[in-house]
Design a protein around this ligand. Structure first.
Ligand code: PEP
Ligand code: MN
Length: 264
């Protein structure tokens, strides 16, 4: 179901109001790693909207490596995101971690994100395969491309064909970056599959100084869009501050992407 031969044309996911993922347009999903407060998400939403993004990202249920780290605001965070959507017109993408949160996530989000840590959570994949909602499936931390596409196959096999893939880097022996951004997977997956493919240079590098050049590279090799972490005050972010762009740097990144991709 994921293979190019199955459809022989690119899947375009239409979120309404002119926002499409796949096809000719470059889609930008931007926002903080986590929703931290009403003010923080509203401020970030205004910034990313003004810069040209179409979707607001933000985690309310967070898959943190340590149980002692900030775990997200839960439904309260989703309410703030919905308020930001109301004000700015941005569509919303947020992570679903657990089957028990499906109803609450369905109520608020436009796209469900499945994180790297859950890429092979097959019961979760089957459950979202039964939903009528686009899903963005992030590549597992050490998943092969075949494993990643088979995870998408789990979702589609249950009937939900609105799947977006997201390359977010894989784990290698290097210590200088959080992950190794697998740029070659982008043209490869575009040859293998008709599904839209988004690149996440924030988790792919773990360092804000590398985010813009890697975003440029990902667009140049054919990504259908970018997911990027932006925070009004990265130094005080409750998660992923070191890889979050300040507003001014986000605007510079958008200018540079516009120079490469004329539809943005
Ligand atoms: C995220 O998008 O904030 C996230 C947790 O990403 P990943 O699942 O790719 O680590
Ligand atoms: Mn993050």
């Amino acid at each position: 179901l994921t293979s190019w031969n199955f459809k022989q044309h690119k899947t375009v996911i239409d979120l309404g109001d002119g926002v499409k993922i796949g096809g000719d347009e470059l889609t930008v999903m931007a926002g903080p790693c986590s929703v931290e407060s009403r003010e923080q998400i509203l401020e970030t939403a205004r910034i990313v909207k003004a810069g040209g993004a179409q979707l607001l990202r933000g985690g309310a249920f967070k898959p943190r490596t340590s149980p002692y780290s900030f775990q997200g605001l839960g439904e309260e965070g989703l309410k703030y995101m919905a308020e930001a959507r109301e004000e700015t017109g941005l569509k919303i993408i947020t992570e679903l971690m657990d089957i028990e949160h499906i109803d609450v996530i369905m109520e608020y989000t436009d796209v469900i994100q499945i994180g790297a840590r859950n890429m092979q959570n097959y019961s979760l994949l089957k459950a979202i395969g039964k939903l009528d909602k686009p899903v963005m499936l992030k590549r597992g931390m050490s998943a092969t491309i075949k494993e990643w596409l088979l995870a998408a196959e789990y979702v589609m096999n249950e009937g939900n064909h609105d799947v977006i893939l997201c390359e977010r880097g894989v784990r290698t022996f290097g210590e200088e970056t959080r992950n190794t951004m697998d740029l070659s997977s982008i043209p490869l997956v575009q040859q293998l599959s008709h599904l839209p493919l988004i690149a996440d240079p924030s988790h792919g590098t773990g360092r804000w100084e590398l985010v813009t050049p890697v975003a440029r590279a990902a667009v140049a090799v054919g990504a259908d869009g970018i997911m990027v972490e932006v925070h009004p005050d990265p130094q005080n972010a409750l998660s992923d501050g070191p890889q979050s762009l300040k507003p001014a740097n986000y605007n510079l990144m958008m200018d540079e992407l516009r120079a490469i991709h004329k539809t943005l």
